[in-house]
Design a protein around this ligand. Structure first.
Ligand SMILES: Cc1ncc(COP(=O)(O)O)c(C=O)c1O
Length: 376
């Protein structure tokens, strides 16, 4: 194996999911995907497509009607006019990150990533010989990467954030986001904003896209979370004008196009009434789980978006990886250990996902409570 890949770590949650399939009666707090179905309209679209028996490649940027729907999404949520020639449809956001990193960074150059953050960012970097510069973040800045974190650092070429974030569920305040984007813009640093959890926000306040503060940012979003369709592997990216052609060329070579079936289905996913009902359901679950977990452990930041709660379990263990294993093997409660997301204090934390219904979660909480009692 080459050296470049030696740094690529397992995506631990995927290993946990594999283990849960070998156990019975598991309570799932590990899974980072919605259990709610997409709108019924998707089903009829799927029937129609399967009747047509036509599965062509599409143009590499994606089919125009889908890119138009995506442009409408930006108008509706952010009042932004995004020309469709800046929109690229990708195989999941995962495909989009590879393109964004390959375009903005040469081998050996540095990308600033929060620690903790979504594990695949660093692994995409390693695969491309890019050097991740980990920025430790905690509750003192609401887990936001701020200008003061990066202004003393040398040679940062790209900054990547996600908001709402995985694994914390924090949302960047509009002012903090604006300052960071504008700082990067002024310094000629590329800015990549992962907005895959937009829509799943519970504060009642409008959440800004990084696109509102600069046309130079790369924004990545997709159908896996808010749109409840992780398995169709569809994402998109909004590129600055001057990078569109480069991204298109990479798309042509790496993927040819996103799946034509998925793109056809994606057209029907923008049923906003349905999406808002799903969001309300996640909010109810968030309210329930946040209250319950705060009574047992410590939660140092209110989870305002996505579907995760970042829980400090140091009252019970100084090794949350082993603790997660204990919970899974002894009481069949699956959670994700903090180390999946980085190194900074992550041994103290577990990530709980509220991607199952309240009755399911209630059972999990009961099991955890009696397990902790039995250990005393
Ligand atoms: C922050 C974040 N970005 C990207 C992804 C990957 O999404 P996709 O299914 O679009 O590849 C995930 C998946 O969990 C995520 O949590």
């Amino acid at each position: 194996m080459n050296d470049r890949l030696s740094n690529v770590s397992p995506f631990i949650v995927m290993d946990i999911i594999k283990r849960t399939t070998e156990l019975e009666n598991v309570i799932h707090f590990e899974v980072g995907q919605p259990d709610l179905p997409p709108t019924e309209k998707v089903k009829s679209a799927l029937m129609e497509i399967s009747n047509s028996l036509s599965f062509p490649y599409t143009e590499s940027l994606g089919i125009a009607p889908l890119r138009e729907k995506i442009a409408e999404f930006y108008k509706k949520y952010y009042n932004l006019d995004i020309p469709i020639n800046r929109i690229l449809v990708t195989p999941g956001t995962s495909g989009a990150f590879l393109i964004a990193y390959a375009i903005t960074l040469n081998s050996g150059e540095k990308i600033a990533l929060s620690d903790p953050s979504y594990p695949c960012y660093k692994n995409f970097s390693y695969m491309l010989d890019i050097v991740p510069e980990f920025i430790p973040v905690d509750s003192s800045t609401n887990y936001e990467m701020r200008v003061e974190h990066i202004k003393e650092l040398k040679d940062i070429k790209t900054v990547q954030i996600s908001s709402p974030s995985n694994p914390i569920g924090n949302i960047y305040g509009n002012q903090a986001l604006k300052e960071l984007v504008e700082y990067c813009d002024n310094k000629g640093i590329n800015f990549i904003s992962d907005e895959i959890y937009h829509g799943l926000t519970y504060t009642g306040e409008r959440v800004s896209s990084a696109l509102e503060f600069s046309d130079n940012v790369i924004v990545i979003n997709g159908f896996s979370k808010y749109f409840c369709m992780p398995g169709i592997r569809l994402g998109w990216m909004i590129m600055p004008d001057n990078l569109v052609r480069k991204a298109e060329i990479l798309m042509q070579n790496l993927f040819i196009s996103a799946s034509s079936v998925s793109q056809q289905i994606g057209l029907y996913a923008f049923d906003y009434e349905h999406l808002e009902r799903c969001r309300d359901m996640f909010k109810e679950r968030r309210d329930f789980l946040y209250k319950e977990l705060s009574e047992i452990f410590k939660v140092d930041v209110v989870p305002e978006g996505a579907f995760y709660i970042w829980v400090d379990v140091s009252k019970y263990t100084d090794n949350s990886f082993e603790f997660a294993k204990e919970l899974l093997e002894n009481i069949q409660v699956a959670v994700t250990p903090g180390v999946d997301f980085g190194k900074y204090n992550t041994h103290k934390y577990l990530r709980f996902a509220y991607t199952r219904n309240i009755d399911h979660m209630k059972e999990g909480i009961e099991r955890i409570k009696s397990y902790l009692k039995s250990k005393k």
